[in-house]
Write a protein that binds this ligand. Sequence first.
Ligand code: HGY
Ligand code: MN
Ligand code: MN
Length: 397
Amino acid sequence: MEMARIGSTPAGGVSRLALSDEDRAARELLRSWWEAAGLRTTVDELGNMFGLRPGLDSDAEPVLVGSHLDSQPTGGRFDGALGVLAALEVVESLDAAGVATPHPIEVVNWTNEEGSRFPPAMACSGAFAGAFDVDYALELEDASGRTLAEELTRIGYRGARPVGGRGIRASLELHIEQGPILESASKTIGVVTGVQGARWYNVRIEGEATHAGPVPMSRRRDPVRGAARVLDRLYEAVRDYDDDAHLAVGEIGTHPASRNTVPAHVDFTVDLRHPEDDALTVLDASLRSLVTRVTDEMALVGDVRQIWHSPTVRFAPECIGAVRAASGALGYSQMDVFSGAGHDSVYLQRICPAGMIFVPCAGGVSHAESESITPEDAEAGANVLLHATVQLAGGEP
Ligand code: HGY
Ligand code: MN
Ligand code: MN
């Protein structure tokens, strides 16, 4: 709740866009809590923050436990923050219990998980895992043209530590489900088996700017009509594909944006998701072909650029097992869940055994200011995170 005061919105959510002043304040508060817990804080070149709790074997590879503090523009108080703060709770609980683990434990706050301000999502955990070059991430731009590098420097988080390139024993992340499955099934713990695939696009429909009044409708090349037809057909194509196909159009913009000028072009984003990669391949082709068909029939010009492809990921059986065992030993109701939302753990699975724990969120709502969880579910998630972390760090759960 104290963290949620940073970037808090009147409607009860948070707005803490990556590398904003609010993100900096959240990072400073987290660092103060980490240091009070005796953790040594390091920051890498992409602003990823690490707090090290030494293990009995100082040469052993660390278990990473964390999530992200950046939020959507009108985000919720728990998306990301629950996992970062539960990781701190794990360290504090181990210290209070006087428990040491063979492997070190490193708590983490990943930069720009959301990819809302600096698309694509998870680019900084992706660079840590070697999926992107560090320079690619540094050069990501926000809508005003500011780069991730400039903003890291501005808030004082362009660290010295190299990004990734080191051995990791395993990683765990506690997160709210951000969907309705656990709540509908009245289960407390989601044992996350994997994450569905995602493809992000920037689409431009080009027409011809003209006066909103005199020009006969038949002589206009209005890109808004084209975009509307593309979107209508795209929603139908996704609906007709199957119930696991997901589409969101989060940003739409006209240029110029003036009420009495027919725009020259319309830009919009497309977020396609599906648990099966080959389904996304088919939907990619559908998007491209319907943009071509609509723009041909309306004498417009279309451009479809894919800016991100995150393939479907299955988490490590070892981590799934540790989460399942911890949840069982603690007596929580549990079920396997395949994640509909993307997470930094998607990229960590490329370099180490990764796993996630879900807890329910009210109504399955997230990426909205009304996002909420119960303290009991937060505690259950943190307890499972604690015991699964100890197991993966070589201790006795
Ligand atoms: O887009 C996602 O799934 C994540 O919330 N960044
Ligand atoms: Mn998240
Ligand atoms: Mn999110």
